[in-house]
Structure formats: structure tokens, C-alpha cells
Write a protein that binds this ligand. Sequence first.
Ligand SMILES: Cc1cc2nc3c(=O)[nH]c(=O)nc-3n(C[C@H](O)[C@H](O)[C@H](O)COP(=O)(O)O)c2cc1C
Length: 163
Amino acid sequence: MKVLVTYYTQTGNTEKIARAIYDGLTVDKTILPAAEVKNQNGYDLVFCGFPVQAHSVPAKMAELIKGLPKGQKVAFFATHGSLRGGQLPRQAFESAEGLAIGLRIMGQFGCRGKVDPKVIDALMKKPDHKVWAEEARGADGNPDAADLKEAAEFAQAMVGKAY
Ligand SMILES: Cc1cc2nc3c(=O)[nH]c(=O)nc-3n(C[C@H](O)[C@H](O)[C@H](O)COP(=O)(O)O)c2cc1C
């Protein structure tokens, strides 16, 4: 089985999860930032990772997902400031599914990721965003060791499903 782990990251959280997924794999594997993926063909499974941004998938990862060959097996992973299972990450995974027309989605994994303090400070000043900013502050220690372990388990589960 040939597996690609690709990701987009701004502050490194999603890259940490990508590495944990990669390290958890015991197959023929490659890890690349989305911008460095030159050929998306020939993989049995592609893990696509992104930070949730404005409850959606950042354009750089959206483009990659849209360019995957028809029938490609994919697994999504994301980091986000919101609590796990929250509305914003759920919407982002729904967006990813919407981009994956003709692809075979094996599963998804999300965990919290520390939000840039500058973003938190700016949002704290906006009445509409203050509540979210307070929630997002709680992601300060993530991803943590438990997140990385779960990501590695997710990696193996997805490979098992893709066989
Ligand atoms: C511009 C911007 C928008 C964001 N929007 C959301 C959001 O809608 N929901 C959420 O849970 N987190 C949001 N976040 C937090 C990031 O998803 C989170 O910090 C993530 O772990 C960053 O990953 P990275 O280090 O790989 O870039 C946002 C962060 C930024 C900078």
C-alpha cells in the first residue's frame, strides 16, 4: 500500500498531526506539504490535513482535494481552535466532503490546535467573536501527546479500511 500524507499549515499544529500520522504508518509512505505535491497519482490512500479557517478548508488544501484523481481513497484530518465536535470544525469537514466529489472518503480526524495569540487578542475586542476567542484559548496546549497518539491510531485505522 502506497500512502501520501499531505497537509497545509500556518503555525505548525497541523504539521505535528501530519507527522504523527506518518509515523504511525507501517506502509510505503510519503509526507509532503500541499505546495510540494507535484504528482497526486499512484497513491492507494491520501491523507489531507488542514487548519480549520473561518469554519472551512483553506484554499491551498481545497485546491489539492479538488485535483485528486477520481475514485481516490482519502482521509481528512484537521486542527482547530474550537472544542472537538464543535460546529465550526464540523462545518469544515462538511466542506472537505463537498470538495471530494468522486473520491472515496475513508474517515476524518480532528483535534484542537493552539490559536495564534494575535488572532485571539484581535477577536477578543470584537463583541461577535469574544465567546469563540475565549473558547479557542483553551486550545493552548494542543496538539498534545494524547492527540498525537490518537492521530497515529487514526492512521492505522484508515489504512485498515482502505485495504
Ligand atoms: C485566520 C484564522 C481562522 C481560523 N478559523 C477557525 C475556525 O473557524 N474554527 C476553529 O475552530 N479554529 C479556527 N482557527 C484556529 C486554527 O484552526 C487552529 O489554531 C489550527 O490549529 C492552526 O493550525 P496550523 O498551526 O496548522 O496553521 C483559525 C485560525 C486562523 C489564523
